[in-house]
Ligand binder design. Structure first.
Ligand SMILES: C[S@@+](CC[C@H](N)C(=O)[O-])C[C@H]1O[C@@H](n2cnc3c(N)ncnc32)[C@H](O)[C@@H]1O
Length: 279
């Protein structure tokens, strides 16, 4: 089994960004399926809109998007919520693609993008009305530092909204060892990641003085994502193979099967929470 040479998320995202646009779509996240027969594009947008509902935006608010991908959610928020967004990511390619997207949409200025680390963002205290982290936290093992930074930059009365992959049960060491080949495949396709129970996020947020007012398991509604990813591998195999290599494409396809089995057997899933900083 070939392990990735770039487990570091910044290097990983620099390498996979263009291929993932074909495999995952413009937004680099799971879909939220109400019926199961929606397109991946509609379902990924539905997840962004589910986050937006949890964020309860008001026009003119300042939003920090932690782990902004190539800027599709941020540009969507500027257009639909009339907010100003600063997107940050450790991937320089991500920032380049996001700036190009915002420029093409005439949104530069209202959608800004910078290379910054979500666990040590260097931004001033209490400057954002909303902090948004859409499927980026699993790439930040220093989860306590991530949540502390999110809380620090929020204005009093502001909201943190986060959704991501979650761990839904303890995996005994013997099982981890027995399934090590599956974990290596996931690592090759998705880079270094760590999933925590949704409760751990709530605990960290409350530890930072935030008050959690929404927490929901979205595992069932995200399950059809894996079918769409497999279909995209078949549809775009010739285009993504030069970008990811044969082994990278195979690892991505196998990962869809592995993740689906984890979703079905209750090991992994998807969750969302929101929390408010007291005024
Ligand atoms: C699965 S993608 C999600 C992107 C985007 N939120 C979306 O929904 O389209 C994860 C993102 O987190 C970013 N990321 C990983 N580690 C990070 C860190 N320490 N600080 C900031 N961003 C990070 C990646 O570069 C990537 O942009």
């Amino acid at each position: 089994m070939t392990l990735p040479e770039d487990p570091d998320p910044a290097a990983h995202y620099d390498r996979v960004t263009d291929a993932w646009r074909l495999l995952l779509g413009e937004s680099l996240h799971y879909g939220l399926f109400a019926h199961g027969d929606e397109s991946l594009a509609d379902a990924t947008r539905a997840l962004t809109d589910r986050m937006a509902a949890a964020a309860a935006f008001a026009p003119g608010q300042r939003v920090l998007d932690v782990g902004c991908g190539t800027g599709d959610p941020a540009c969507h928020l500027v257009r639909t919520q009339q907010v100003d967004v600063l997107g940050i990511t450790t991937s320089a390619i991500g920032v380049e693609r996001a700036l190009a997207r915002a420029a093409a949409a005439g949104l530069l200025g209202r959608a800004r993008f910078e290379v910054r680390d979500g666990t040590d963002n260097g931004l001033p205290d209490e400057t954002f009305d909303r902090v948004w982290a859409l499927e980026s936290s699993h790439l930040m093992p220093a989860r306590d530092a991530l949540i502390a930074e999110c809380a620090r930059v929020l204005r009093p009365g502001g909201r943190l909204v986060l959704c991501d992959l979650i761990r839904r049960r303890d995996v005994p060491f013997a099982e981890l060892r027995a399934r090590s080949a599956e974990f290596a495949t996931l690592r090759e396709a998705f880079g270094e990641a760590r999933m925590d129970p949704l409760d751990r996020y709530l605990h960290l947020a409350e530890g930072e003085g935030l008050s959690v007012d929404l927490a929901e398991d979205l595992t069932d509604a995200t399950l059809p994502t894996f079918d769409r990813w497999r279909a995209n591998v078949e549809r775009h195999r010739d285009e993504v193979t030069p970008l990811l290599g044969q082994s990278g494409v195979d690892a991505f396809a196998r990962s869809a099967d592995i993740l689906e089995s984890f979703w079905r057997d209750g090991t992994l899933g998807y969750g969302i929470f929101a929390a408010v900083k007291p005024s």
